[in-house]
Design a binder for this molecule. Structure first.
Ligand code: ATP
Ligand code: LTN
Length: 328
């Protein structure tokens, strides 16, 4: 069975962008691949964290994975920091990554822009991501569009390792959905919807109460036209909403356009809100049940145990190839 690996940072409340771009595909892939879906807490501290918030968000992201349909008996769900081989391989691969490559990463440029002081962790973050993926000889990495560049780098690092130390790593392929790989902010369709945006109206959080979802969608920016038409270049706001509608309802973009032919934005937005609520309400109910049961800690422990065995074995092989003396 081929291997899938992906991770989400516990750096804020998960949004419908994370759901459409990543989690929905995790659920889809879990029957056909050996999957690792990880809460990448080591990545989350590359920007300053509040310790209490990190703990809460870590548990929330893990619970949302399960509430969204990831089956922990099929997939390994665990905290990145619970499998220390991630950090160890991260260091090894940092030595195979050039400054120039890291300087070209657009996420680093965006996140460091205008800051007086930027942690070195934010800079070397892509080497750690490469380690996450390569540690399991991953075949497929389901992510949103914004992670494509990081994945390219992981492929380059794998190739470089194989060339220098012997053919060991599988070169991973991205799995990026055609529609929905880049859900945009509700207040500004030129920016990606992001859980770390300080304006809460810019995103729909998976745990937003139904009335908040309705309000946010009704206030979402649209153009002054009146056609519900998918045209990202000229109608980015409406196209973004159509994309969300299509991804959440399972209808194609053309079917959504057809359904709202001749109608104004008002009724379209009202229906979109109901479509989103109809998917998120049951997910939220499940979320509450899992949190109350307290079972998430067991799920995370078992996931880390299973993944940790493979990680330990693979890291030993990698260390051997690189020339480290075994511990005896
Ligand atoms: P942050 O704003 O803290 O950087 P984020 O919302 O971008 O966070 P990540 O943890 O970086 O979330 O991403 C988790 C996964 O969700 C990644 O696969 C990423 O590509 C995907 N993703 C994030 N935002 C979107 C979006 N707006 N549309 C589609 N996919 C997204
Ligand atoms: N960099 C990613 C999170 C991430 C990841 C990974 C995704 C860390 N390690 C491995 C896929 C595979 C992000 O910011 N979304």
């Amino acid at each position: 069975m081929k291997t899938v690996f992906s991770g989400i940072q516990p750096s804020g409340k998960l949004t419908i962008g994370n759901y459409i771009g990543a989690i929905k595909n995790f659920v889809k892939l879990q029957d056909d691949y050996k999957c690792n879906f990880v809460i990448v807490d080591l990545h989350a501290i590359t920007v300053p964290q509040d310790p209490e918030a990190l703990r809460e968000q870590s548990e929330a992201v893990a619970t949302l994975y399960i509430a969204a349909g990831i089956d922990p008996s099929k997939s390994n769900v665990y905290m990145q920091s619970h499998v220390p081989q991630h950090a160890e391989l991260g260091w090894l691969l940092t030595t195979l990554t050039s400054m120039g490559e890291l300087e070209r990463m657009t996420q680093f440029k965006d996140k460091s822009a205008g800051k007086d002081s930027v942690g070195a962790g934010l800079f070397v973050y892509p080497s750690l991501m490469a380690a996450d993926i390569l540690l399991f000889n991953t075949d497929l990495v389901p992510v949103g569009e914004d992670q494509k560049q990081h994945l390219e780098l992981a492929r380059d690092i794998a190739g470089r390792f194989n060339h220098r130390f012997g053919n060991y790593f599988t070169i991973p392929e991205p799995y990026i959905p055609e529609v929905g790989a880049r859900i945009m902010s509700l207040d500004d369709a030129s920016k990606k919807m992001s859980k770390s945006n300080p304006n809460e109206g810019s995103y729909i959080a998976l745990l937003d109460p139904p009335d908040v979802i309705r309000k946010k969608i009704s206030r979402a920016t649209t153009d002054s036209g009146r056609e519900v038409k998918y045209d990202p270049a000229n109608k980015p706001e409406v196209s973004n909403l159509i994309g969300i509608y299509s991804q959440i309802s399972g209808l194609s973009v053309a079917e959504v356009e057809q359904r709202y032919e001749g109608q104004m934005y008002g009724p379209f937005k009202k229906d979109l809100a109901e479509v989103v609520v109809s998917v998120l309400e049951p997910l939220q109910q499940k979320y509450r049940e899992i949190r109350e049961s307290g079972e998430i800690r067991n799920i995370l422990r078992e996931g880390a145990e299973r993944a940790g065995e493979i990680a330990a074995k693979n890291l030993k092989e990698i260390q051997h190839l690189m020339g480290f003396l075994p511990r005896g």
